[in-house]
Design a protein around this ligand. Structure first.
Ligand SMILES: Cc1cc2nc3c(=O)[nH]c(=O)nc-3n(C[C@H](O)[C@H](O)[C@H](O)COP(=O)(O)OP(=O)(O)OC[C@H]3O[C@@H](n4cnc5c(N)ncnc54)[C@H](O)[C@@H]3O)c2cc1C
Length: 296
């Protein structure tokens, strides 16, 4: 019997485990080892660790948390989670079932990459999702925007801060309004509506986009915002409400709509950033510790 079961032991989950373990709570962290940024060679915008490899960050974080005898780390997938008639939560894995009075979901989000040849290979390397994370390294380079709809206007205004050499790829007829068209014209930004057939690359470094009509347009960088969904079905299985954007709905202090179930990190936040996930884990770890102290 543990005080808290944490499902997802990446930035948010391990940060919470650190706070809880230091508060002498018995914690089990169950983690399948698939952090969202595992595709990128370097993590950025993270003070003290700017430019570190995600695999190194994960290894060091696990090592630091594992030093506490109060915390147990289990590398496996949690396959089911239920509330028992006693009020406790039970989580199943292929290693066995585990129980605790509190459950923390730090399961992250999964990006649904388009099935275009080369896209997955370039994801996180030269196809990037966020200028704050990776824009500095590719500033001033010819850059594509893979998007459609009025959101393109916002993205163009944002990315002009990093490069003036933009091309918009809408993968079919543009669906945005006249304001976005005027914005593109004002900045002489080409609009390419022909669908992209393939990303040509070497080891994930983009060289060109091949369009459906056979043309090849040289391009070293592409921004894309593929749709994302909960990485795990457990939040829905437990009855946690989701927001209209698909994030776990929080009530207060990282608590979900299900009493006793808490959440932290990307799974409940529209701002995917390492520093924010670590901060949310720290917040929920402290909040849960206090709750456990005062309820005993
Ligand atoms: C390509 C890419 C590059 C990025 N680069 C940066 C960057 O440079 N700087 C930055 O600030 N942000 C970056 N981000 C965002 C960053 O990756 C996320 O904000 C961060 O990983 C969120 O941490 P998290 O702990 O909430 O979730 P994650 O890191 O995604 O971890 C979730 C964990 O839960 C586990 N899990 C899920 N379901 C289960 C289950 N059923 N059982 C057991 N375990 C489970 C997963 O295996 C995973 O280990 C990047 C994102 C992407 C996609």
């Amino acid at each position: 019997m543990f005080d808290v079961l944490i499902i997802g032991g990446s930035y948010a989950g391990l940060s919470a485990a650190l706070a809880l373990g230091r508060a002498r709570r018995q914690v089990l962290v169950i983690d399948a080892g698939r952090p969202r940024n595992r595709f990128t060679p370097h993590a950025h915008n993270l003070l003290l660790h700017d430019g570190d490899a995600p695999a190194d960050l994960a290894a060091r974080a696990r090592q630091q948390v594992a030093a506490y005898p109060t915390v147990r780390l289990l590398t496996t997938k949690a396959t089911a989670a239920t509330r028992l008639p006693t009020g406790e939560f039970e989580v199943s894995t292929s290693h066995g079932t585990y129980q605790a009075g509190r459950l923390l979901l730090a399961t992250g989000m999964r990006d649904e990459l388009p099935p275009v040849p080369g896209f997955a290979e370039c994801w996180g390397k030269s196809v990037i999702h966020c200028p704050f994370c990776h824009g500095y390294e590719v500033a001033d380079l010819p850059t594509g925007i893979w998007n459609n709809g009025d959101e393109v206007g916002l993205q163009v205004r944002m990315l002009l801060n990093w490069t003036r050499e933009l091309t918009v790829f809408t993968n079919g007829p543009a669906t945005f309004g006249p304001e976005v068209r005027q914005l593109l014209q004002a900045h002489a930004i080409p609009l390419e509506e022909t669908p992209v057939a393939a990303l040509l690359h070497t080891g994930g470094q983009l060289a060109a986009l091949r369009l459906a009509d056979g043309r090849e347009l040289p391009l070293p960088v592409l921004y894309a915002r593929p749709p994302a969904q909960q990485a795990s079905m457990l939040p829905q299985q437990l009855g946690c409400e989701l927001t209209s954007q698909g994030f776990i709905q929080l009530t207060e202090n990282q608590l979900t709509t299900v009493p006793g179930v808490w959440a932290a990190g990307d799974c409940c936040s529209p701002m995917p950033q390492l520093a924010l996930a670590i901060a949310a884990g720290n917040l929920v770890g402290g909040t849960l510790s206090r709750e456990l102290i005062f309820s005993s």
